[in-house]
Design a protein around this ligand. Sequence first.
Ligand code: F6R
Length: 241
Amino acid sequence: MNLIEVRDYTEMSQKAAEYIIEKVRRIPNIKLGLATGGTPIGTYQNLIEDHQKNKTSYQNVLTFNLDEYVGLSGDNQNSYRYFMNDKLFNHIDIDKNNTFIPCGNVEDIEAECQRYEELIHHHGGVDLQVLGIGSNGHIGFNEPGTSFTSKTHVVNLTASTIEANARFFNSKEEVPTKAITMGISSIMKSKEILLLISGEKKREAMQKLLHAEVTESFPASILRNHPSVTIIADQAALAKS
Ligand code: F6R
């Protein structure tokens, strides 16, 4: 794992955007795996600013998001589809038909999981997957205990994840209790991974990621077995508690 140390969230967001922009310019039909949550918002802002200033084009880029809440339609303001449109897709020249996110409000959720996994495969897999990390080590919505062989599947969100995500909702009660997520094996199939870590709340996760054993009880630890991982982490996350 290649670790890039940065000062703070602002610098992490700039560095991550530079990293992605360089790839998009070199490989115009790149397939990007994208994440939601607080961590990548600044990166997306930088991508938008660069698109406006330097005209980096996303016309031929395909994107695959990691996850979506079960039960929310794409026009619900708390859905990850809405988040991605609002924070990125509406502001760059990407074709929305090329932006893929699991569908959270279908009748047959299991069939949706299979469809999504096959869709990624059909398009030849993700070239560069952007990831955040939960303070309990989750990646995507793969909570501790998730099998390393998991493909796209339905998960019950843990109390700590519901608590952490409640900040985006009016109340904790409104946070859905289930989500569809790419599995650990789906994530590990991407050719390259860019993991972003910022803030003191991620300190313990950062230390475990760097030093603890590879174990399903800390899902992100599997990344140590991936051949091409770049971590951009800020000082607050890297500080030893
Ligand atoms: C989001 C996702 C999650 C987040 C993680 C960190 O699509 O898959 O794994 O990356 O929960 O969230 P933030 O960035 O809000 O701390």
